[in-house]
Design a protein around this ligand. Structure first.
Ligand code: 3HC
Length: 722
C-alpha cells in the first residue's frame, strides 16, 4: 500500500512529497532505520508519490529528491531481503520491480534532480542515475558507488545499463568491477555527478537547477540512448579491447572463482546498443541468477557478520567507550608509523615516539608518506594534506602522554623489552588512558604483569600494512576493564577498522589459526612438494597469496620467532619444521632482504622460486602432490584450529571467527570464513576429511571436539546458515 497522507503528515512514511515554489521535493527518511534502504515500504511510498506526480499534482514543474537521514541518501537495496531469494526468479522479479519504478521516474514529463548528501550506493546510485541531473554535497560522508560486486551480485536497478550510457564503458566497468566509492568531487570528475556544492545549500541549489531545466535554460544530463557517450569508445574495435582487457584483469585478480565480475562484463557487453528496456531484462535475469549463488550467499553472510562485529563488542550493558582525540604510539617502526597514519587520518592528534631521534624521524616520514599517498588518491586539496600530516608529531620523550586517550606500544616483539616500555608508559600516563599492545603473539596477561594498572592493558593487534588491512584484533585478558575494551573497540571503528574482541591466548585468534597452516606448508616442502605447487594450490582455493609467498612477505625471521612461540604452546600440532630454521641460518629473511624461498632481482622484483632452496632443506622435489591434497591439508588445518579456538573460548563467537579469518589473513571471502565454510559443506564432511588426514599424517589432524558435536547434532555455527 502506498504511504497515506496521514503517514506523510505524522512522519512515519519512508518518503514524503511537498510542492514548494513549483518544485516537488521528495524527502526520504525511513523511520526506525539507521540508513535509507530500498525495500517494499519505500517502493510503495514512491509508487504513491509517482502516481501523484503523474497526475500533475500541485502544478509542480520539477522534482528534487533529497534525504533527511544524516549521512545517507540511499544505502542501496535492503540487503536483508536478499536472504529471502530462494530461486533466480525471486531476484529477477525484485529487479524488474525496481526497473518499473525507476522507468516511471525517468519518464515523468518534468525534470527530476537528485540532491545527494551522504552515501548513494548500489540501488541508491541507481535511483540517481534514473534522474535527469545529479547534484552532490562536498561532505566527506558523500560517497557514490556500485558495491554490488562485493556482495557477489551485480547492480540490478539499471546500473549496468545506465552507467555505461552516462559515463562510458571503461569508467562504468571500473566502478562496477571494483565496487569503489567516490566522494562528490571524484564523482564529478568521473562524470556521474554534475555539480558539487556545500551541504547547507544543496537543496536550494538543486531546486534552482531543477527549475532551470524545466525552463529550458539548463540542459539535463541523462544516459545516452544509443550506447557509450564516449567518442573514443565508438571507434571500431575499441570496445572489444576494453572488454578483453577488463576480463583479463578480472581473471588475474579472481582466478575465475567469483562469478559476479564476469557476469557484469557480460551483461554490460550484451546490453550495450540495445533499447534500454531490453537491456534491463538481461540485467534482471543475471541479477536473479547471481543472487542465489553460493558465492553471493557467503559474501552476504560476510556483510552481516562484519557489520555486526563493528556494532557489537559484546560488552556488559551500559559500558561506555571514552572519546579518543589523542593517541600516542611508542615504537616508530613500520607498524607504529602505520598506526600513527591511520589514526591521524581519522582526525586524531598523534605523538609518535622512539628512543632515538633518527628512528622517530624515519617513522614520521613513513607515516606522512602514507598519509600523502592516501590523500592524493582521494584528490584532497593541498591545505587538507598539510592539516593531515601536521597531526602526527615525532618525539623521543614521554612528554604530553598524559593527554593521550590511547597509547599503543609497537616495539620489538620481546617480553623483556615490552615490559620495560609498559613501565615507562605507565609512569607517563594517567588512570584514564588505554594501554594497548600491538603484539602479535605474546599473551596480554604476560605483558600486563609489568603494569601497575593491568586493567588498562589490552591487546591491539594491527595487521600489516596497517593502512590497507581492515581488521583490528582486540585482545582482552582476565583483568581488562570493560571501558578499556569499549574504548578500544570504538577507536578501531573510528580509524575505519573492523574490530573483533577475542580472549587472551598465545597467537590470539588470527595467528593461532595461521600458524598450523604455515607449519603444514613447511612440512609439505620437507616431503618434497614444490614451492610454487603449494602456493598455486592455495591461490586456486582462493587465498590472495600462497603460504610460501606469505613466509617471504612476513619475513622468515619473524615467522621463525612466531612459530617457536606457537610451538611452545601447542606442541602436539604446531611443531615447526626445520625448513624455516635452515633458511634463516642461510641469511634469508624473505622479500625484505631479497632472499627467501623465492629469488628477487636487484630492484627487489620476484623472479621465481629459488631452486637452491631444495638443496638447503635437503628435500628435492620428490612427488607431485595432488592439488586437492594440499588444499585439504592446509585449508582444513586452519578450519579445524578455528573451531578449537571457539571451543576453548578464545573466540567469543563464530561470527568473529569468520570476520577475523577473512579480513585478517585472507581466508577466501567467497567461502564466507571457516565457520561458514563448515556450515556450507557440512560438519560431517569436514570431519570425514580430517579423519582421513589423521589416519595418513597423524594426530595433528585430530578433529576438534566441537566439530564432532556439530556433525553429531547437525547444528550450525552461523545463525544465518541454511
Ligand atoms: N541494506 C540493509 N541494511 C543496511 C544497508 C543495506 N543496503 N546498508 C546499511 N545497512 C544497515 C547495517 O546493516 C547496519 O545495521 P545495524 O545497525 O542493524 O547493525 C546499519 O545499516 C548501519 O550500517 P553500518 O554500521 O555499516 O554504518 P556505517 O555508517 O559504518 O556505514 C554504509 C554505512 C556505508 C551505508 C554501510 O552500511 C554500507 O556500506 N552498506 C552497504 C551498502 C551496499 O552494499 N549497498 C548496495 C546494496 S545491493 C543493491 O543495492 C542491489 C541493487 O543494485 C538492486
Amino acid at each position: 500500500m502506498a504511504a497515506t497522507a496521514t503517514e506523510e503528515r505524522v512522519g512515519t512514511a519512508p518518503a514524503r512529497m511537498e510542492v514548494e515554489d513549483g518544485v516537488a521535493v521528495i524527502r526520504l527518511n525511513q523511520p526506525g532505520k539507521p540508513v535509507n534502504v530500498i525495500n517494499a515500504e519505500l517502493l510503495q511510498a514512491l509508487d504513491g508519490i509517482l502516481a501523484r506526480l503523474e497526475k500533475g499534482e500541485g502544478g509542480a514543474r520539477a522534482v528534487v529528491i533529497v534525504s533527511e537521514k544524516k549521512g545517507t541518501w540511499i544505502a542501496g537495496a535492503d540487503i536483508e531481503q536478499f536472504k529471502d531469494f530462494r530461486t533466480p526468479a525471486d531476484g529477477e522479479a525484485a529487479s524488474r520491480a525496481g526497473h518499473a519504478l525507476l522507468g516511471r521516474l525517468e519518464r515523468l514529463p518534468i525534470p527530476v534532480v537528485a540532491a545527494i548528501d551522504g552515501v548513494a550506493l548500489g540501488g541508491g546510485l541507481e535511483v540517481a542515475l534514473a534522474c535527469g541531473y545529479r547534484v552532490a554535497s562536498d561532505s566527506p560522508k558523500t560517497k557514490l558507488g556500485l558495491p554490488e560486486v562485493q556482495l557477489g551480485i551485480l547492480p540490478g536497478a539499471g546500473g549496468t545499463q545506465r552507467l555505461p550510457r552516462l559515463i562510458g564503458v571503461r569508467g562504468a566497468l571500473d566502478l562496477m568491477l571494483t565496487g569503489k566509492q567516490l566522494d562528490g568531487r571524484r564523482a564529478r570528475a568521473a562524470g556521474i555527478v554534475d555539480e558539487v556544492v556545500p551541504a547547507p545549500v544543496l537543496l536550494p541549489i538543486a531546486k534552482r537547477i531543477a527549475l532551470e531545466i524545466a525552463d529550458g535554460t539548463r540542459a539535463p544530463r541523462t544516459a545516452s540512448k544509443t550506447g557509450s557517450p564516449e567518442n573514443v569508445e565508438r571507434l571500431p574495435g575499441m570496445l572489444s579491447v576494453i572488454f578483453r582487457k577488463a576480463r583479463e584483469g578480472v581473471l588475474a585478480k579472481t582466478h575465475g572463482l567469483y562469478p559476479a565480475p564476469l557476469r557484469i562484463l557480460q551483461v554490460v557487453h550484451d546490453g550495450l546498443g540495445k533499447p534500454l528496456d531490453e537491456a534491463l531484462k538481461i540485467e534482471a535475469k543475471a541479477f536473479g541468477e547471481l543472487a542465489v549463488t553460493p558465492e553471493a550467499r557467503s559474501l552476504l553472510h560476510l556483510f552481516f557478520v562484519t557489520t555486526a562485529a563493528k556494532n557489537d563488542a559484546a560488552l556488559p550493558e551500559g559500558t561506555k567507550p571514552r572519546k579518543v582525540e589523542e593517541v600516542a604510539v611508542v615504537g616508530a617502526g613500520f607498524m607504529g608509523a602505520g598506526i600513527a597514519a591511520v589514526s591521524a587520518e581519522a582526525g586524531i592528534e598523534v605523538r609518535l615516539k622512539d628512543v632515538k631521534l633518527e628512528a622517530a624521524a624515519k617513522g614520521l616520514k613513513t607515516a606522512r608518506d602514507t598519509l600523502v599517498k592516501r590523500a592524493r588518491r582521494k584528490k584532497a586539496r593541498r591545505f587538507e594534506v598539510t592539516a593531515l600530516i601536521d597531526r602526527v608529531q615525532a618525539t623521543t620523550e614521554y612528554a604530553g602522554f598524559r593527554q593521550a586517550d590511547v597509547v599503543v606500544e609497537a616495539v620489538f616483539e620481546d617480553v623483556k623489552v615490552k615490559h620495560a616500555v609498559i613501565k615507562e608508559i605507565e609512569a607517563a600516563i594517567g588512570p584514564d588512558t588505554v594501554l594497548g599492545s600491538n603484539t602479535s603473539t605474546i599473551p596480554i596477561a604476560t605483558l600486563a604483569e609489568a603494569a601497575a594498572r593491568p586493567e588498562n592493558v589490552i591487546g591491539l593487534h594491527f595487521f600489516s600494512p596497517v593502512d590497507k588491512m581492515p581488521l583490528l584484533e582486540i585482545i582482552v585478558h582476565d583483568r581488562t576493564a570493560s571501558w578499556v575494551t569499549a574504548t578500544s573497540h570504538a577507536y578501531g571503528k573510528q580509524i575505519g577498522k573492523t574490530p573483533i574482541v577475542v580472549n587472551d591466548s598465545p597467537g590470539f585468534y588470527a595467528n593461532r589459526i595461521l600458524s598450523p597452516y604455515m607449519a603444514e606448508a613447511a612440512l609439505l616442502l620437507e616431503e618434497g612438494a614444490r614451492m610454487d605447487e603449494i602456493d598455486r594450490a592455495m591461490t586456486d582455493w582462493g587465498y590472495p597469496v600462497g603460504p610460501i609467498t606469505l613466509y617471504d612477505e612476513v619475513g622468515l625471521d619473524v615467522a621463525q620467532k612466531a612459530g617457536k612461540i606457537m610451538a611452545a604452546a601447542f606442541a602436539d600440532r604446531m611443531k615447526p619444521s626445520t625448513v624455516v630454521d635452515r633458511l634463516v641460518a642461510d641469511g634469508r629473511s624473505g622479500r625484505k632482504n631479497g632472499k627467501g624461498f623465492y629469488a628477487y632481482d636487484a630492484e627487489g622484483k620476484r623472479t621465481g622460486p629459488d631452486e637452491s632452496v631444495y638443496a638447503l632443506i635437503g628435500s628435492p622435489p620428490a612427488r607431485a602432490h595432488d592439488r586437492a591434497e594440499i588444499q585439504d591439508r592446509l585449508g582444513l588445518m586452519m578450519v579445524n584450529e578455528a573451531v578449537r579456538t571457539l571451543e576453548e573460548g578464545v573466540l567469543r563467537s563464530a561470527r568473529d571467527g569468520d570476520v577475523g579469518a577473512v579480513l585478517g589473513i585472507g581466508f577466501p571471502p567467497f567461502r564466507g570464513g571457516p565457520f561458514w565454510y563448515v556450515d556450507q559443506v557440512g560438519a560431517q564432511n569436514v570431519l570425514n576429511r580430517l579423519r582421513a588426514l589423521e589416519a595418513r599424517f597423524g594426530a595433528r589432524f585430530a578433529p576438534a571436539k566441537l566439530l564432532e558435536e556439530k556433525a553429531r547434532t547437525g547444528g550450525k555455527f552461523s545463525d544465518d546458515a541454511a
